[in-house]
Ligand binder design. Sequence first.
Ligand code: ADP
Ligand code: GLC
Length: 486
Amino acid sequence: MHNILFASSEAYPLMKTGGLADVSASLPAALKELGCTVRVLIPGYPAALDTIKKSRRRKIAQLTIRDEPVTLWQTPIKGADVTFWVMECAPFSDRPGNPYQDPDGNDWPDNAERFHLFCELTRLLALGQGGVNWTPDVVHCNDWQTGLVPALLHDHPERPATVFTIHNLAYQGLFPAEIRHTLELPETFWHMDSLEFYGKVSFIKGGIAYADQLTTVSPGYAEEIRTPEYGCGLDGLLRAREAYLSGILNGVNYADWNPQTDPHLVANYHAGDLDNKSVCKQDLLQRLNLHAGSTDQPLLGFVGRLVEQKGIDLILDSLPWLLKQGCRVVVLGSGDSDLEQRLQTLQKKFSGQLSVNLGYDEALAHQITAASDLFLMPSRFEPCGLNQMYSLYYGTLPLVHKVGGLRDTVFDPSEFTMDQANGFSFKEPTLESFQQALRRALTSYQNPEHWQSLQANGMAGDYSWKNSARAYKDLYQAALNQISER
Ligand code: ADP
Ligand code: GLC
C-alpha cells in the first residue's frame, strides 16, 4: 500500500477550468479504493478557501517559503472521497478568478513565481520537511504547474519516486531565461537536456526530463506526442524517454456523471429506458428558447473551453449549414474573446435555433450532455477528452475528430462492426471531412434502429477508473523499483 502525494493546480470541486480538475479528484478516489493513501495538494485560490471554510478543515502546517507565509489546510470535501491539502499563501489566495490568466485572457505576470512556490511546498512535503508527520512513497505531479518538482527532487538521496502526467503538452510553462536567477534554480538546469527550451525556461521539461515515470492520458496521445506533428517541440525528448512513457486512459467518476442519479437533470434515465432522455431534451429546448423547427430534429451540443484546440472554428463554419438542415445547436463554453464574439454574432442571426451560453456552468454542462442527441468534439488534438465519455454514458452520440483519446474511445460504424460502433469520427480536421461525418450522423438519426444500437453500445461501455487506477498503481510500483535499484 502506497502513500501518494498528488500535486495538481486544480481539483474538482475546489477549482476547475477543465478536465485536469475532474481527474485530480476522481483518480485519487479510485486509488484510495485500491488501498493507497492519497493527499491531493492544490493551491489555495480564494474560491477554494471559501469552499473549505464550510468543511471540517484543519490547519496542519505553518511555514515560510521564500519569505511567503504558507498555511497548509487539510480537509475532507463532501461528495469527494479523498483528503485535500490546500496551500494558503498570498500569491494564490489574494488572486480571485482564473488560476492562470487575468480577465483579459493574459497570463498572470508572476505565474513562474507562483507555481514555483507551489512546487517548493510539494518538494518539502515530499521530503518530509513540510512540517507534516506524513511522507509519501510517490509524488504524482500533473502538467507544467508542477513540472519543477521532479527536477528539484531528482538528485536527493532520500527522495520518493516521481511520476509526471502530461494532460496537455501544448501548455508548457515557458518563461524568460532570467527567471532562473529570480527563482534561484540550479545552473545545471540551464541545458537543453534539462529545463532550457529554445532560450527559455520550460517548467514542463522538468517533469519530462526528470520524473522516474511519465504518463499521458490516453494510449493514442502517448503515441502522437512522440511525433513532430503533435510533439510541440518536445517529441525528441519524449522519444528519448519513451521507455518510461505510457498512456493510461482517464476514467469517469460515476458519482458525478451518471444519468440515473444526476441531480442536475429534470428526469433521470438509464440504458434500459431512454424515455426520460427525451424529457431532458424537451426541458432544455424550452428553457433555452430553442423552438424553431420541428421537435424530432436532432439537438447538437458542445461544452468546453473556447480555444483553438477544440476545433470551434469547424463548428462555427458549419453552423449555417447545420441550422439549415433543421438541427438545433447548444454551445456552452468560455475562452478566446474572438471565438466568443463570433458565436454571439451567429446567435443573434439564428435565435430560436442556436443557443450560445458563455461562462462556466456545471449544471448546464450536465443538462446539455443529457439533452443532446449528438455531442460535437472536432478537437484539433485531444489528449484524452472527458466529454465524449460522459456523452457515451448518457446515450448521446459523440462526433469527434479521430485523434488522441477521442480515437481510443469513439468507434465509427464505417470502421467498426455494429456490435462495437458507438459514435462518429472523421480523420482530417477539415470542414469537408467534418461535414461528411455530420451528414452520416444525420442520416443515422433518421434510422432509429441504427441510432439506438449505437446508443446502446455507448451506454454499455466501461468508462470507470477501475482498470486505469490499477495501471497507475502498477506504475507507482515500477517507479519505486527504479529508485530502489539506484
Ligand atoms: P479539457 O480538459 O481540455 O478542457 P476535457 O474534455 O478533458 O477537456 O474536460 C473538460 C471538462 O470541463 C468537462 O468536465 C467539461 O464538462 C467541463 N467544462 C468545460 N467548459 C465548461 C463550461 N463552460 N461550463 C461547465 N463545464 C465545463
Ligand atoms: C487536458 C486535455 C484533455 C484531458 C484533460 C484531463 O486538459 O486537454 O484532453 O481529458 O486534460 O486529463
